[in-house]
Ligand binder design. Structure first.
Ligand SMILES: [Zn+2]
Length: 250
């Protein structure tokens, strides 16, 4: 098994995205959706995730959480809360290994283990998978697809994990506001993202953009899996993505 270095890997991902159905490999959302996705990796975290959920509810923003199985096992109540509040839950392995350092067999075992745990917790299976560090080899990809998983990467990475502050994150989004089809990578085991949710929600509303969940994009028809650009907010916002959650009065 060999993981390609960054640039060729990115080219490989683009090539895969161009030929794979959207429901199997996502780096962007579809054109014409009028929506963007916020995704949160590496939780659930007993301190940060509930506070983030409070912020998402307060501002009526839907999100997708890629949870680590070992953490989900320690914090089942938070996983149930994520699902109960209308967010999507995806699989982010059980121990968060670097896929470049393990076999396809081991990666699939991690995915199955976490998938079983999440199905027990939520009463339904998740088919969304995000590889740690965005690394996935061809044999791993084939195995994941055979296991019915959609592999979800991202288009925007503000690097909120890397010694960031809320102010820096806010400035990053001010310079690069999520647009139609943006798939944003954030982390719910860090304190910064929840502090910019209000700004993101206000900015999106002002531009007619909605926040949806990745499962809705994955289900959105069989078309080719990549959105190739276009100005943020272009296209109908009245498409099949009623994705701002109702305010929950908290
Ligand atoms: Zn991760």
């Amino acid at each position: 098994m060999e993981i390609l270095p960054l640039r060729p890997r990115d080219l490989l991902h683009r090539a895969i995205a161009a030929v794979a159905p959207r429901r199997r490999f996502l780096r962007h959302g579809p054109a014409g959706s009028g929506s963007a996705c916020l995704t949160f990796d590496d939780g659930p975290d007993p301190e940060q995730t509930p506070r983030l959920l409070d912020a998402l509810a307060e501002h009526g923003v839907a999100a997708t959480f890629f949870v680590v199985g070992s953490r989900a096992r320690r914090h089942p109540v938070i996983v149930r809360r994520i699902a109960a509040e209308g967010h999507a839950v995806g699989n982010h392995t059980f121990t968060h290994p670097d896929p470049a350092r393990i076999t396809a067999r081991r990666l699939l075992a991690e995915v199955r283990h976490t998938g079983g745990l999440l199905a027990d917790l939520m009463g339904r299976e998740t088919t969304l998978f995000r590889p740690p560090y965005g690394r996935v080899s061809a044999p791993q990809l084939v195995g994941l697809w055979r296991a019915g998983q959609a592999v979800v990467l991202w288009s925007e990475d503000p690097k909120d994990f890397a010694g960031c502050s809320a102010e820096r994150l806010r400035a990053w989004f001010r310079a690069r506001p999520p647009g139609e089809g943006s798939l944003v990578l954030l982390h719910d085991d860090r304190p910064h993202a929840r502090l910019v949710i209000a700004d993101l929600a206000a900015s999106a509303r002002a531009r007619g953009l909605e926040f949806t969940t990745v499962d809705r994009w994955a289900e959105a028809g069989p078309g080719p899996g990549i959105h190739h650009g276009g100005p943020p907010g272009r296209g109908g916002r009245s498409g099949p993505y009623p994705c701002i959650l109702p305010r929950q009065g908290r």
